[in-house]
Design a protein around this ligand. Structure first.
Ligand code: ADP
Ligand code: MG
Length: 165
């Protein structure tokens, strides 16, 4: 079973806790691609990932700065490619160099640059099922390297498993 696993959170803080849990499985060289509408919780999840990696400064959306760098136990690049019209703009930001560094790279709207993502990456697709604070989060490990690692990812996220109840 190396598929997608459905999760659910009931508050922004729960999404941060989920991010921290996921961070425990992530390390240098890993890439996480986040998709989902505005307000779905992509930046909130990154706040949790950064917290889990010991980042103490506030993590805010890189919507206008396009990329922010944090120094946790692992260097983190946090990108938001929503405003970038062309793949070339992402390359101009130094995206490929970021991938070459021993850093964790997290990309909001990563589906827009699917062709630039390495084969091995984790996708998380966030959605808002109704009007309250619930968020659905589909986590999908991609690529052969994650074949050997997905079970750990699955394990740390089970507290948020969406059992459909
Ligand atoms: P995005 O980066 O996808 O545009 P943000 O993380 O910036 O989304 O915003 C999500 C908004 O939704 C925040 O205002 C957050 O407080 C709120 N929110 C409410 N419930 C949740 C939840 N379960 N998970 C994440 N964010 C939530
Ligand atoms: Mg955002």
């Amino acid at each position: 079973m190396h598929g997608t696993f459905p999760l659910v959170t009931s508050s922004a803080e729960a999404t941060r806790r989920l991010g921290s849990a996921i961070a425990g499985v992530l390390g240098p060289g890993d890439v996480v691609s986040l998709t989902g509408d505005l307000g779905a919780g992509k930046t909130t999840l990154v706040q949790g990932i950064a917290r889990g990696l010991g980042v103490e400064e506030p993590v805010v959306s890189p919507t206008f700065t396009l990329v922010r760098e944090y120094r946790g136990t692992v260097p983190i690049y946090h990108l938001d490619v929503y405003r970038l019209d062309r793949i070339q703009d992402v390359l101009d930001l130094g995206f490929e160099e970021m991938l070459d560094e021993q850093a964790l790279v997290v990309v909001e709207w990563g589906d827009a640059i699917q062709g630039l993502l390495p084969q091995n990456h984790v996708e998380a697709e966030l959605s808002i099922p109704d009007e309250d604070d619930r968020r659905r989060i589909l986590v999908a490990p991609r690529g052969p390297a994650w074949l050997g690692r997905w079970d750990r990812l699955f394990e740390v996220t089970t507290p948020w498993a969406d059992t459909g109840g």
